[in-house]
Write a protein that binds this ligand. Structure first.
Ligand SMILES: C[S@@+](CC[C@H](N)C(=O)[O-])C[C@H]1O[C@@H](n2cnc3c(N)ncnc32)[C@H](O)[C@@H]1O
Ligand SMILES: [Zn+2]
Length: 400
């Protein structure tokens, strides 16, 4: 531990992440019996577990920059220690400048220190104000950003309006949501308040969480005549993350709204179906078992990642420093064309009262019968398929 009392009113550590060295609060002090440290208790936020999120963002930004072929003006309005924005400036080619910001004066001070420590003060400025106020100052067309990364505690929903207004045409908007309790249906009222959508506590609730966040983003964007193109999204470590390109086009915004709808789920037999459109939802009877179906939505029923964008992200895999992240990206490529929802093998085998079979065997059985079947990064036990629940159950029964 470095003695930080001279500079900072708390003990500090010096750490390396990616290609940068930064100072952060000494995390060990904020450990309790269950967690290595409690991020919300630290004077300035830094979570080493979120390095995966930051690494994937570096890969996304490198790809985006190589596709748009322009210098990037980036904003990270909720920066904490500054590690994310500093890494953008240090590890992504073609970054013109980064505006970082945090409401917490201790965070802004530490982020400024870390910027200087990495000799990046010619590229980065750090502000200390409310994120929405900061973004509102950049809504004038000539001042807008190419990239905005919203990485808050909990829900990003309160920052989406100003972020959309401060983004250039074809700009990239990245959102993290760590409020999985509302999004996954543990706190349904909070989800309705924050996202105007009803969640459902099913085995595929992490996928629903991304779909609910994307639906809220689409509705918010549509009122500014903006179209949301999903580039990439994933779930990891109790948060969801989406990367989208925002295009100025009312016409295309109308088209994407057609990809909003509802998912119906039968808790009795696990059959699911979905319907496009967001008016007049009536929970149907399950046509498999006749039970009552439960509804989730409105939510996004379109693609969760763009195949072309993923292939571009994978283009320079060899020698790339982010092999763990590239594996996740390759897994997501495999499920790009899969239908909504997935079946968890452990949940199904419990229902059938059989031991859990090997996933590859079940997938093979389904594919041999002419159905689509995919693994999913959402759950190591998960299978996405367009086959009826009866066929999946039969595949399980014959795979053990
Ligand atoms: C999850 S942390 C950010 C972590 C950072 N992006 C990273 O990758 O390490 C969220 C940060 O948002 C800041 N914050 C919370 N509300 C804010 C607001 N309304 N405006 C600006 N900053 C805010 C907090 O002080 C905290 O540092
Ligand atoms: Zn049913």
């Amino acid at each position: 531990m470095v003695d930080g009392l001279i500079f900072f009113p708390y003990p500090i550590d010096e750490i390396a992440e990616g290609s940068v060295q930064i100072v952060v609060p000494c995390l060990k002090i904020f450990a309790d019996g269950t967690a290595e440290h409690i991020p919300s208790k630290t004077p300035v936020y830094y979570n080493p577990q979120m390095a995966l999120n930051r690494n994937i963002t570096i890969l996304v930004l490198r790809t985006y920059q190589s596709l748009v072929k322009k210098e990037l003006f980036i904003c990270e309005p909720l920066t904490g220690s500054g590690v994310r924005g500093i890494r953008f400036a240090a590890e992504v080619n073609g970054v013109k400048s980064v505006v970082m910001n945090d409401l917490n004066p201790l965070a802004a001070k530490l982020a400024r220190y870390n910027v200087k420590k990495n000799a990046l003060d010619h590229k980065i400025i750090v502000e200390n104000m409310d994120a929405n106020y900061l973004l509102s100052n950049f809504t004038f067309p000539a001042k807008r950003f190419d990239v905005i990364d919203i990485d808050p505690f909990g829900s990003p929903s309160i920052f989406i309006d100003t972020a959309l207004r401060a983004l250039r045409n074809k700009g990239l908007l990245a959102l993290t949501a760590t409020d999985t309790a509302p999004l996954c249906g543990v706190k349904p009222q909070a989800c309705i308040r924050k996202y105007f959508s009803k969640p459902l506590r099913t085995e595929y609730c992490h996928e629903l969480a991304i779909r609910i966040l994307l639906s809220y983003l689409n509705f918010t964007a549509a009122k500014y005549d903006l179209h949301v193109q999903v580039l990439f999204s994933f779930y990891a470590h109790h948060y969801v993350r989406v990367y989208t390109q925002i295009n100025h086009s009312a016409e295309t915004a109308n088209k994407t709204l057609k990809e909003i709808g509802y998912i119906f789920h039968c808790f009795n037999c696990l059959h699911r179906e979905w319907t496009f459109g967001f008016i007049n939802v009536k929970e149907p009877k399950c046509f498999v078992c006749g039970g009552k179906m439960s509804v989730s939505g409105p939510l996004w029923l379109g693609e969760l990642a763009n195949k072309n964008f993923i292939l571009n992200m994978l283009a320079d895999e060899k020698g790339n420093e982010f092999q763990r992240e590239l594996k996740i990206i390759r897994d997501i490529l495999k499920e790009c064309d899969a239908p909504p929802t997935y079946y968890a093998l452990n949940r199904l085998s419990k229902k059938l009262n059989i031991p859990s079979p090997r996933k590859v065997n079940v997938i093979k059985k389904l594919v041999d019968q002419g159905y689509q079947a995919f693994p999913t990064h959402f759950d190591s036990q998960g299978i996405k398929s367009n086959s009826p629940i009866s066929v999946i159950e039969q595949a399980l029964n014959t795979s053990v």
